[in-house]
Design a protein around this ligand. Sequence first.
Ligand SMILES: Cc1ncc(COP(=O)(O)O)c(C=O)c1O
Ligand SMILES: [Zn+2]
Length: 417
Amino acid sequence: MANIRGFCCFECKKEVGYSPETAKRLYVCPACGGNLEVLYDYKKIGLSVSRKSLENNAERSVWRYLDLLPLEGRKFAPPVQIGWTPLYPSKNLGESLGLTHLYIKDDGRNPSASFKDRAGFVAVARALEQGEKVVSGASTGNAASSLACLASAMNLKTVIFVPQTAPAAKIAQLLVFGAQVITVKGTYDQAFDLCLEACAEYGWYNRNTGFNPYTREGKKTCSYEIIEQLGFKCPDKVFVPVGDGNIISGIWKGFRDFYELGLIDRLPQLVGVQAGGSDSIMRAFESGGPLPAVSGETLADSISVSIPRDGRAAVRALQESKGFPIHVSDAEILEAMTTLARAEGVFAEPAAAASIAGLKKAVDSTRIRSDETVVALITGNGLKDVASAMKAVGKPSLIEPNMGALRELMADNARKL
Ligand SMILES: Cc1ncc(COP(=O)(O)O)c(C=O)c1O
Ligand SMILES: [Zn+2]
């Protein structure tokens, strides 16, 4: 943690200086309970991180950014590749939306098939550096399956709280990776609160989003990659699906880090995409007031949140980046899922497809110029939630296994054309 200088509260702005003792099990602000941001010594980091050092770095994973992470070293690296996911130039979708420089960052290509691996590896390494034996987390599904995936090979036990309604694939991942899984008869928000109480009672290390200050630090690596993959050019707009608001605040932190280090000379606008029933951050952004509790109802389970746990940081990211929030309906999300898959070959889970739904809406309402460089972040793979995907498409044909039946079907199809 040689490059950390302290922590700053998002609410009361008080700072906590860094020492190995203060950093251990430090979750929220000791003064007011607000979420904490990790502060770095950029002068010191600048001595080892430069455009040249990055261009000469052969590592193709999040570990290439070790000097910018809240970790002692690489000792507790899980044995799988995290990060350095592809940034695809999106020709087909770009053309249909009238955008000449659209890119898709496919984070469904991570080991547990979601963006959350960027946070999971930091939580696992931090836990092991602190000598923890058990790490616990509440999750809509992805944060938990990532934690279980990355902890499994590191001899670190995981206790996971998920809503009973989490998609089957995510629960299957948890069980296959060997987590102790506790499904809760309630919402994600209720699972979250139960996990906090359980950690206090049993002494487990807590990885909860918007509570553990280090998850944001892993998530920011995605922005570093975007900058490097664009040849050290800053995009104009980045579309990010938003639930608790931890991903978008991490994405913002990443761009700001590179700006502070002089690796880019400007910052992008962030567009936070929320599901209609789960748009507390959008409401707070528009009213300038507190984050209201909303129903959280949407089929996009990963962004179904009543009270966003990192909402303040998300609103700040939107304000500081001079970006904006946008909300989309479940029908728009399902349509975006097939549009993206058919145009670019990328299968996104509903929350991830929300990026594309938000992008389409922004184009339709002329909030993007056609020559802007735009990145849409795909945060989770479509196989995570096949039941929702099936709602976006019709049923396949079913026939007897003979040519007669096939010919009949083909003729029938031809008549319908
Ligand atoms: C696939 C996916 N997209 C988006 C999000 C939203 O991230 P956040 O809750 O940090 O806003 C999540 C969080 O679970 C997710 O799993
Ligand atoms: Zn505070």
